[in-house]
Ligand binder design. Structure first.
Ligand SMILES: [Zn+2]
Length: 546
């Protein structure tokens, strides 16, 4: 019996994590991170729940990776802390992983690098056949997988484009060949399922960028997501065609460009120089490729836009080209901020809202999805990698094209299907939750801490220190301090008033119970401050024995 578990990644665009089980053995496909939403104050990353995997770790034979984007590889270092199994990845993904492991201090790992065009490998009872697909990072693949119950297809992200910038498009021939056997199910990218037609080709971007670059008199800065090697190639060619040298700024773009160059995926065209050399050239001969296309705080784009970068700055007459997806959740605010900062500094900014054709999606639209349906012709269909609306649109698209409704399986995180004699049945959902990462802490933050952080952020904190002697009697008056609540100077009248009133509430003489003092202070101050000023800060009573 084959079991397919969507542990994470079906109802979200990120945090991909899928498990295959057969013959009492397990294989994972992809293990990515997600990004915190605006309510998750301070959270750096969101990772999938590994509880089920850890519970069954004896069964786990390996992790197979489909591409180098963070939402497919980012959580692997966290998983490797719990289980040590080999990883299978394409060459560029292997390099990305090694770099990531170095960052996380993961030393004990095995990566088996496969050839996307013609390899096959065994992971436990599964034989995996990768095939090339088009996406916004090179070496992305889909998989045909032979299981003891038959062949399935797993295509996390794809567009059918045959002619991407690197010339290596979707390998229709191999996918078709692998589909000659009966296909039990297809789990595939649903993110473009509500957009008609085919996902556009990215080659047109270069002409648009060149046209814009030709109008620049000063330096040009350009940014794209740091794994978009194809876009870097286009930028390098635009630079060359406008007689400029290219300088990479920011660790992520520098590293990724180096890796891609080493593997032959990125041609520097004798155009790339260092920051030092750039000083000797005239401004009209410079083209900077900068990290931080979403304007993330601390990124190179952010620091340049806010004039906080040690080595690179912008001035009036410079140009900045954003060539990135405008849509990832929770990034719009920071992007808008850097765009405004740059414009305010006199920079000619070409950004997403201007619709200048400087970006195309790496995901397929309806026709790309239908073409994959046609090639694989599976018995069952499973939409992955999109939110509910995309899963729904994928189902509608299938049904509109003659596929019976019960052949499309919508799986929420933890949902799973079992295949018995070719018949799929849904099993009981495995309980999962999102695991939050902040600094070095993993999973030590949840609803309660986030709730406190929201109160602290919105209302501030009021600390009341009450001294008691060994006999349990209050010593002196309570002292109130606040942070993020009111200007202490302006609000001191209110706080001193509260101190005096609190004495009366607690009652000075006699032995007092610590718990009672705490609760009384809390209730009284909460009420008093709300009455007086209409705010509800976090109140923290501290009882000190003196
Ligand atoms: Zn991707």
């Amino acid at each position: 019996m084959l079991k397919f578990i969507a542990l994470s990644g079906t109802t979200s665009v990120t945090e991909n994590l899928y498990v295959y089980e057969a013959d009492n053995q397990m294989m994972i496909v992809d293990c990515g991170v997600g990004f915190p939403d605006l309510e998750m104050h301070g959270v750096d990353l969101v990772i999938p729940d590994f509880s089920y995997i850890i519970k069954n770790k004896e069964k786990l034979k390996g992790i197979v990776v489909s591409q180098g984007h963070e939402d497919h590889i980012g959580a692997i270092p966290f998983l490797l802390k719990e289980v040590n199994v080999p990883i299978w990845a394409a060459p560029l993904v292997t390099e990305f992983l090694k770099d990531k492991f170095e960052d996380y201090g993961v030393r004990d790992f095995t990566i088996n690098t496969f050839n996307v065009d013609n390899d096959e490998f065994k992971v436990g009872p599964f034989t995996v056949y990768p095939f090339r697909v088009t996406h916004s990072v090179p070496d992305t693949c889909g998989f045909a997988i032979d299981t003891p119950d038959g062949r399935i297809f797993h295509v996390p992200e794809h567009k059918m484009d045959q002619n991407p910038v690197d010339g290596k498009g979707f390998d229709t021939e191999r996918a078709k060949k692998l589909s000659e056997k009966e296909v039990l199910f297809l789990a595939s990218d649903c993110l473009g399922s509500n957009k008609p037609g085919y996902s556009p080709n990215e080659r047109s971007i270069e002409d648009k960028m060149l046209e814009i670059a030709k109008t620049a008199k000063n330096r040009i800065f350009a940014t794209a997501i740091s794994s978009n090697i194809g876009r870097f190639q286009q930028m390098i060619r635009v630079a060359k065609n406008t007689n400029r040298k290219v300088i990479f700024v920011g660790r992520s773009v520098q590293k990724k460009a180096e890796m891609a160059n080493k593997l032959g995926y990125l041609d520097y065209e004798d155009c790339v120089i260092g920051l030092g050399e750039a000083k000797k050239l005239s401004k009209s001969n410079l083209f900077y490729i900068v990290a931080g296309c979403y304007g993330q705080a601390g990124s190179s784009v952010y620091r340049i836009a806010t004039d906080a970068h040690e080595k690179v700055w912008v001035e009036e007459g410079d140009m900045m080209i954003f060539s990135a997806d405008p849509a990832p959740p929770y990034t719009k605010e920071s992007e808008d901020f850097v765009v405004d900062e740059l414009i305010d500094r006199g920079v000619d900014v070409h950004y997403y809202d201007l619709n200048e054709g400087l970006y195309v999606s790496g995901h397929g639209c309806q026709n790309d999805i239908l073409e994959l349906f046609k090639i694989t012709n599976p018995k069952y269909f499973i939409p992955i990698g999109g939110t509910i609306r995309f899963m729904n649109a994928y189902k509608k698209l299938a049904v509109a094209n003659g596929i019976e409704e019960n052949r499309v399986m919508l799986l929420k995180p933890g949902d799973n299907i079992s295949l018995n004699n070719g018949q799929a049945t849904k099993g009981q959902r495995i309980a999962t939750k999102e695991i939050l990462v902040h600094g070095l802490g993993v999973g030590d933050i949840g609803k309660v801490v986030l709730g406190d952080r929201a109160v602290l952020g919105n209302e501030g904190v009021v600390v009341v220190v009450i001294k008691v002697d060994s006999g349990g009697r209050m010593v002196g008056n309570p002292q109130i301090k606040s942070r993020g609540f009111v200007f202490e100077k302006l609000g001191s009248g209110l706080l001193r008033d509260a101190e005096k009133r609190l004495v009366r509430q607690i009652g000075k003489p006699g032995k007092l119970n610590q718990k009672t003092i705490e609760q009384t202070s809390l209730d009284y101050l909460e009420n008093f401050l709300f009455q007086k000023i209409g705010r509800r800060p976090m109140i923290l009573p501290v009882i000190v024995e003196v």
